[in-house]
Design a protein around this ligand. Structure first.
Ligand code: SF4
Length: 375
């Protein structure tokens, strides 16, 4: 097992677009949750190979925990997951609830990478999407993170937001460039059911840029970030040399990983597994049994092959033929010759001796490519 994802499902506010697995933190049993998390981790490690190379604590908002709870979380992770094999240790944070105490704690517990939820740099736009922080908060915390010794910081940005123009997006990228983060994740807004934006959309009150504008925005993102020395290494991710997210690469390389915490997903012993949620159910199940899993789907060889392709093709480096052969003892071309030929003719896929990979056009139409490899 190479990776561990740890889910902290608490937030101090709810963003208007968010359909993640999270709850408003007030009156939640955070300490009981952390106790259950520790129990689940101990049980999970006892039954599996546990040489963890990457840890990712995400949410929700891990930094929504108060200083004491946050310290307790770091202690739990150190006791059970941090070992000599560890190569990357990331924590997600939001500017409004990260502080110097948490930054120092992270550094003293060996956290190597900070992933900061920024989304945009215009205060009005941030308000419009339900984010409580301001541009100044980002500058302030980014500088404090550097002072604390973080030399691997990722920021999240978004495009295709309501009333966001290309000019505003360009401004956000320009400002991000003054901070020089090592990594940038940038996603277009997807309006998901059960979100505030979804309700507004149904009432005709959400003014989104059209699909053409959104495609132009993505063009702009790619060209600006490449111009500034970032490598576009996954559809939505850009990094300076050597700062690609090792943990996320585990997913795209279709490797196995633990998922700890309420409602989290893992890939363990060839099974896609899902944990209990919501929080109270998770805590009860772990307290009673030591385990949290409520579903396990054994992944068939056919599914593994499909996943290898649609996850692997998200990387701009594509799927390596040699690695595919080593994993499955067959050639990609023998399984998908017609699909590859068609996608190459359509200009969406590139093929050479070593690999298949998305073309620039394919990056914009990734779903069309992925679909071709699904039964
Ligand atoms: S802070 Fe993150 S997890 Fe929480 S509501 Fe906002 S987007 Fe969702």
């Amino acid at each position: 097992m190479k990776g561990a994802y740890v889910h902290i499902p608490f937030c101090e506010h709810i963003c208007y677009y968010c359909d993640f697995n999270k709850v408003f933190i007030e009156k939640q049993p955070v300490d009981d949750y952390l106790n259950a998390l520790e129990k689940e981790i101990i049980e999970g490690l006892s039954e599996n190979d546990s040489r963890i190379e990457t840890i990712f604590i995400g949410g929700g908002t891990p930094t929504a925990l108060d200083n004491k709870q946050f310290h307790k979380l770091l202690q739990i992770i150190e006791r059970h997951l941090v070992a000599s094999e560890l190569k990357e240790y990331t924590i997600e944070a939001n500017p409004e609830n990260l502080n110097e105490t948490k930054l120092k704690l992270m550094r003293s517990y060996g956290v190597t990478r900070l992933s900061l939820g920024v989304q945009a740099f215009q205060n009005d736009l941030l308000k419009e999407i339900g984010r409580p922080h301001s541009r100044t908060d980002v500058f302030d915390i980014f500088q404090k993170a550097r002072q604390a010794g973080f030399n691997n910081i990722s920021i999240d940005l978004m495009f295709g937001l309501p009333n966001q123009t290309e000019k505003m997006l360009k401004e956000s990228i320009d400002i991000a460039m003054t901070l020089q983060p090592e990594h940038i994740s940038i996603y277009s807004l997807q309006v998901e059911p059960k979100t505030i934006f979804y309700n507004r959309m149904k009432k005709g009150k959400l003014h989104l840029p059209g699909q053409d504008i959104e495609a132009e925005m993505f063009e702009l993102v790619i060209s600006e970030l490449e111009k500034n020395g970032y490598t576009h290494y996954e559809i939505s991710n850009f990094a300076k040399n050597g700062f690609e997210s090792r943990h996320n690469l585990l997913y795209w390389n279709n490797e196995q990983y633990f998922g700890f915490g309420a409602g989290s997903h893992g890939y363990v012993k060839d099974n896609r597994v899902v944990n209990a949620g919501p929080i109270k159910n998770y805590i009860k199940l772990v307290e009673d049994t030591g385990r949290a899993q409520t579903a396990a789907h054994p992944v068939t060889r056919k599914e593994k092959i499909e996943e290898e392709l649609f996850l692997g093709l998200r990387k701009l480096s594509g799927v390596q033929k040699k690695r595919f052969y080593e994993k499955f003892q067959c050639q990609i071309e023998d399984l998908y010759s017609e699909e590859i030929k068609r996608l190459v003719e359509q200009g969406l896929l590139y093929e050479d001796e070593d690999k298949i990979a998305l073309t620039r056009q394919g990056v914009f139409l990734g779903n069309d490519v992925f679909e071709a490899f699904l039964a």
